[in-house]
Design a protein around this ligand. Structure first.
Ligand code: SF4
Ligand code: MG
Length: 335
């Protein structure tokens, strides 16, 4: 079976008053049905822009300048807004950090869940009402029959986030894109919502692209992880290997920045320095100004993203190239 989502060599540029800058460079990844890929990185890494491009929702001054995004084999790059609208909310859904931006304040919660069902699934009003109550129940909202008559401002932040998930799931999309959906919530509600998403993923067999800067959340929900830095993919691996044996110095830094929940005295380690902006032209490895391991070559030549032994595992770092070459040399001389 083919992949649910195939992104190949995706490059995204932004026009600013002065120039055109590259926000995301040559990103490739794939996703199977029922799989969760976490895209992680600090703010400015290109993770949100990558996820927005999947839905054709880049800001006005941004564009996919190269590459391909295929959903179930169908090319999405180059589709018109009208064509994309049919796909959004039906085959692809998205949930955001702030539910108030996605919910319409003048319509009841029930209406907003029922609308996509009536448009995309051609349900009758009655069928859509039954389904919306069922969905609210699935995302853990008490008294769903009453809640459908309420307006977004009458609900708490956690309840609104659940409503947004119910809306996103209404048409049983094959792909769910979530951009920091739990960041604004307190820890208990965050954990509940991640659990609900995980259950629903199993139930519907959706593929999930989950954007976050929080490695604790990644540990909780990811099958695979793609780490981005300043517009580049710098490491990809399955979640267990990435946590046990991170190879890129930036990934190591991010993991060092995960606070240990059992030890309240432990300070959160922050990687010194800050992410360059997309206008900054940094030669060589874009992480080198912050990298504790930087070598001379790192300042001059950009390392390639190279495979590390198995499918869907790769690292972009000169240290890794040195390692791999050493292995090859040993293998060659030994044989
Ligand atoms: Fe650090 Fe060099 Fe690796 Fe970049 S290529 S992460 S600067 S060691
Ligand atoms: Mg973001």
């Amino acid at each position: 079976m083919g992949n649910l989502l195939e992104v190949n060599d995706l490059t995204i540029k932004f026009r600013t008053a002065k120039a055109t800058s590259t926000a995301v460079r040559n990103v490739s990844f794939s996703l199977e049905a029922g799989e969760t890929l976490c895209i992680v990185g600090e703010s400015g890494s290109g993770k949100s822009i990558t996820s927005l491009s999947l839905m054709g929702l880049l800001p006005e001054n941004g564009e996919v300048s190269n590459g391909s995004i295929r959903l179930n084999g169908e090319e999405l790059v180059g589709k018109t807004e009208e064509e994309l609208r049919k796909i959004r909310g039906n085959e692809i859904s998205m949930i955001f950090q702030e539910p108030m931006t996605a919910l319409n304040p003048v319509f009841t919660v029930g209406y907003q869940i029922q609308e996509p069902l009536r448009i995309h699934k051609r349900m009758s009003k009655q069928e859509a009402t039954v389904k919306s109550v069922e969905l609210l129940k699935q995302v853990g909202i008490p008294n769903p029959k009453e809640k459908i008559h309420q307006y977004p401002h009458e609900l708490s932040g956690g309840m609104r986030q659940r409503v947004m998930i119910a809306m996103a799931l209404a048409c049983e999309p094959s792909l769910l894109i979530a951009d920091e959906p739990t960041t604004a919530l307190d820890v208990t509600i965050q954990a509940q919502i991640l659990d609900i998403m995980d259950d629903l993923k199993e139930e519907f067999g959706m593929g999930v692209v989950f954007v976050t800067h929080d490695m604790g959340v990644v540990a909780e929900i990811a099958d695979r992880v793609m780490v981005m830095y300043a517009g580049d993919v710098i490491e990809v691996n399955d979640v267990q290997t990435l946590f046990e044996d991170p190879k890129h110095p930036y990934t190591k830094g991010l993991l060092g920045a995960v606070p240990n929940v059992d030890d309240e005295t432990q300070e959160m380690k922050v990687i010194p320095g800050s992410m360059p902006s997309m206008e900054d032209d940094i030669p060589g490895c874009r992480f080198h100004p912050r990298c504790p391991m930087a070598m001379d070559i790192c300042k001059e030549k950009k390392p390639a993203l190279i495979d590390v032994g198995k499918e869907n595992a790769a690292v972009r770092c000169w240290l890794q190239e040195v390692d791999t070459n050493a292995d090859t040399t040993i293998a060659a001389s030994g044989g």
